[in-house]
Ligand binder design. Sequence first.
Ligand SMILES: [Zn+2]
Length: 194
Amino acid sequence: MKLTEAVLATLKIPKTVNRKPDNESSLFMDYNFFMEKALERARKALYSGEFPVGCVIVYENKIIVTGSRIGTTGNFINEIDHAELVALKRLAELKENVDRSKIILFSTLEPCLMCYSATLINGIGKIVYAYEDVMGGCTRCNLTKLSPFYTERQIKVVPDILRNKSLELFKVYFENQKNTYWKGSLLSQYTLRQ
Ligand SMILES: [Zn+2]
């Protein structure tokens, strides 16, 4: 059994769609509305031949910046321009003083280690994501094992918002033989068997 197959065998595909959001915010905010906007960005990436990830950053119930994945086509793949980092860069460029602990970052894919830590270091209060990244997702990492800078930071994470809509985009992406980014990967196999 290859390593990927062994890992796949241990992964359970969640039966629930849209786990109930945390009570605190669901009273005031429509997660689905903002995730739909992030999905629009993901579709834009998909139509450009890019990996279909979209992100919107929300402050006081308004989208203040957006981002979508770039750099996944051609011979030179870049692992910097993830949708979340594109949006966080635009947030920095706004040069506005906002209470970052009240910012919510919506992403159509669970953030990787790089994007999760960038979100954390930027003091963002909450991450809401659609589809779990079983290969590189990092929102369950144990901050208490890290140095004080990280253990003292708090970030809330809400998974599974419009999960299946995001999943469908990844299916379209991975089913297209022209797309080579993460072709045959654990994420690709996990996605295509659903
Ligand atoms: Zn990332």
